[in-house]
Design a protein around this ligand. Structure first.
Ligand code: PHE
Length: 445
């Protein structure tokens, strides 16, 4: 299917760049910050098995569906539904819901992302000018509630805007192609170091030992929600990126690569964090503060801790920047498609709005505690808009566009076995909508 602006639309320059950019979107705070504590507290290996089950059963089919929509329509999320849906009124709404979700995710994601910069810079300063450790818990609480956190949000959004200004090839792709190998390298260095620690085996058994007694229905559903968030599904991010794919990019293979690398990084993050936590006798069940309180505590006790700390927060910074870029690109592409807005103007808008909403979310930890926009945005986007978006995509592709469309996009040269193609269609038609509905209902309570 072609469109008028097909020839003008940006494209990724190389397959490696495309994979780096898309994996860059998937690998983020969800993998390094959220996955380890979710797995650690919810059954270890049992949670991991559930997670992998959902990645294969629902994740890969929905990635394929988003890829197919984006490449066939050569549009961002709203344009894809409108162009492919035939009747624009009927199918535009999941697109608009995705834009709303993107705006909310930018707002709260930029806050946590910007903390990584404070920690990185702080550690770097310590390297040259060692200081007493202080009280890590109070320092963290004070920092996130104060004006410095708001300034970091603005700095982070400006860096994000700077990358977006460069465009698809010279901005997103170039930055991801440099940063993603750096990210994997740092992960590897940390893995080796962690495995050499005295608590390595205890940490690994905490992460991998399957404790099936902890698998309640809500934990199982949580594993699916985690799979969706971690692979950037349900909000048109992969639709937008696929609109920059080449005509011959193999969609199923690329979907498999993204799912594999994303899961690998999540597991590696656990392999890094838990041996350290056990070696220092800390609690692995600290939840969300694991990365910003437990780890700094450990860094403060090991030789060269400031260097390790700077390196770790650089890792987290890279992971969150390449993810935030992708969420912002959803909106940039939408403004370009819908309002014919120039890239530069769209980037200015998204940066401005991001700074305002991000600052309001940041202040939710301080003066604006009673509004708590941070939690509201997190809740509405993760628990309501993303599942609804995923359901809409799978239903739309499975039932409205049907097998012919899927086969033409995923299997243009007939090399994929029939059973695999049928499996994808069955997942999109029945399994994915049913499972997502269950997560949605469970997520509301
Ligand atoms: N996948 C990212 C992470 O794991 C978050 C994200 C969600 C990015 C949705 C884009 C779209 O942190």
């Amino acid at each position: 299917m072609t469109s008028k602006n097909h020839s003008k639309r940006a494209q990724f320059g190389s397959r490696l760049g495309l994979v780096a950019t898309t994996v860059g979107s998937a690998v983020g705070l969800g993998n390094i910050w959220r996955f380890p504590y979710e797995a650690g507290t919810h059954g270890g290996g049992a949670f991991l098995l559930c997670y992998i089950f959902f990645v294969i059963l629902i994740g890969i089919p929905v990635i394929c569906a988003e890829f197919a929509m984006g490449r066939a329509s050569r549009s961002g999320v709203v344009g894809a539904y409108i162009k492919l849906g035939g009747n624009p009124r009927r199918w535009a709404w999941p697109g608009y819901a995705a834009i709303l979700a993107a705006a909310m995710i930018i707002a709260f994601y930029s806050v946590v992302s910007s903390w990584t910069m404070e920690y990185m810079v702080h550690s770097t300063v310590h390297i040259f000018n060692p200081q007493p450790t202080g009280n890590i818990h109070n320092d963290f609480a004070q920092f996130i509630a104060g004006p410095k956190a708001v300034i970091w949000v603005a700095v982070f959004m400006l860096i994000n805007g700077g990358v977006l200004l460069g465009g698809v090839q010279k901005g997103l792709e170039r930055v991801s192609s440099i940063l993603m190998p750096v990210l994997f390298l740092i992960l590897l260095v940390f893995c080796v170091n962690s495995l050499l620690m005295p608590g390595a085996s205890e940490g690994l058994s905490f992460l991998f030992h399957p404790d099936f007694s902890k698998l309640t229905p809500s934990v199982i559903l949580g594993a699916m929600g985690q799979a969706f968030f971690s692979m950037s599904l349900g909000m048109g991010c992969l639709i937008t990126y696929a609109s920059y794919f080449k005509d011959d990019t193999p969609l199923l293979r690329t979907a498999g690569e993204i799912a594999l690398l994303d899961t690998l990084v999540a597991i590696l993050a656990g392999v890094i964090i838990f041996p350290a936590v056990f070696s220092f006798g800390m609690s692995p069940a600290e939840g969300p503060t694991l990365v910003f309180e437990v780890l700094p505590n450990i860094f403060s006790r090991i030789p060269g801790g400031d260097v390790w700390s700077a390196l770790f927060f650089l890792l987290l910074f890279v992971a969150s920047l390449t993810s935030l870029m992708s969420v912002s690109e959803i909106v940039v592409s939408f403004l370009g498609d819908e309002f014919r807005m120039k890239r530069r103007t769209a980037v200015l808008w998204i940066t401005g709005i991001g700074i305002i909403l991000g600052s309001l979310c940041s202040l939710s930890f301080g003066p604006l505690k009673s509004w708590n926009l941070f939690n509201i945005f997190d809740y509405i986007s993760s628990n309501i808009l993303l599942p609804l978006g995923g359901m809409a995509t799978s239903y739309f592709v499975g039932w409205t566009l049907k097998k012919k469309f899927i086969a033409a996009q995923i299997n243009p040269n007939g090399k994929i076995p029939a059973w695999l193609l049928s499996g994808i269609i069955i997942s999109l038609r029945y399994i994915a909508p049913a499972c997502i509905l269950a997560v949605f209902i469970a997520g509301l309570f």
